[in-house]
Write a protein of this length. Structure first.
Length: 277
């Protein structure tokens, strides 16, 4: 049975570290949610270790700067780990054999910024060895990318997806995210390697780096934040005001949560909170 709480302070004392998702939890991509900065500052002042675990296709640095620009002081977080950082490190360590990539990105230039320091080249599909799927332009439709996916499949190109999210909250609503395109490619018969939540290795890597045992994951996605935390042996807290805000606004909390858990084939989180406070 999920316990509803009013503030993170209600349960924070039971943990050595609290790990936060970004979008839908701390901010909407443009501005922080009301109360989020104060909540984190109070937790940090109490001596808790705070970290961020994000399915951002970008590296740690750009994410840290974006959050700092929104008012989240860098000193709040012991670590910021992103799925884009995890993929960058694997390529740098020689764990990814391909070096010529066709890139799908949210904004032109994102891939070049991300790849700084790596021995990789970006090229067209005809000369690529693999596809880097790190972002999608806001407003994109899956149908827009089917010809590209078909060409990649015909060339037997694997996809490395550094953002497994299928949807992401924005200030004006939800947008399609790279994970949706990756799963479309899988349905077409293509090969995809995912980096990020809910896949266990990114949780284990962060836990090892934090060096603590009692960890609480705070997220807004049952499929990514909550399921991944549960697989890693962490406790989990679902923020109602993110990805599922419209669902929770329409009906009773317990009924909505039960419906979502069934639809996503997930286990319920240990805790639930409306917004960070």
């Amino acid at each position: 049975m999920t316990q509803r709480i009013n503030t993170l302070a209600d349960v924070a004392r039971d943990y050595d570290a609290i790990v936060f998702d970004q979008w839908g939890v701390l901010h909407n991509g443009t501005a922080p949610y009301s109360g989020a900065i104060d909540c984190l500052a109070n937790l940090a002042n109490s001596g808790l270790t705070l970290a961020v675990l994000s399915n951002s296709g970008k590296r740690t640095g750009p994410n840290a700067r974006r959050m700092a620009d929104m008012g989240f002081a860098p000193s709040l977080f012991t670590q910021i780990m992103t799925s884009g950082e995890a993929l960058w490190r694997d390529i740098d360590a020689g764990k990814v054999p391909q070096r010529h990539f066709f890139c799908i990105e949210r904004s032109a230039g994102d891939a070049f910024t991300w790849a700084d320091g790596l021995p990789v080249e970006f090229t067209d599909l005809e000369n690529a060895e693999a596809v880097l799927l790190m972002g999608l332009p806001d407003g994109t439709r899956l149908a827009d990318w089917r010809p590209t996916l078909r060409a990649a499949l015909d060339a037997d190109l694997p996809i490395y997806c550094s953002n497994p999210d299928c949807q992401s909250p924005r200030a004006d609503g939800l947008v399609i995210s790279p994970g949706a395109l990756a799963f479309t490619y899988i349905d077409m018969g293509g090969d995809v390697t995912f980096y990020g939540k809910p896949h266990l290795r990114i949780f284990d890597a962060l836990a090892l780096s934090l060096g603590v045992a009692r960890i609480l994951m705070v997220g807004d996605s049952l499929e990514h934040d909550i399921a991944g935390a549960q697989a890693a042996g962490w406790d989990s807290l679902l923020v109602q005001g993110g990805l599922y805000a419209s669902d929770f606004a329409q009906a009773d909390h317990d009924a909505v949560l039960a419906s979502l858990v069934t639809a996503k084939a997930c286990r319920p989180p240990k805790f639930s909170i409306e917004v960070l406070a």
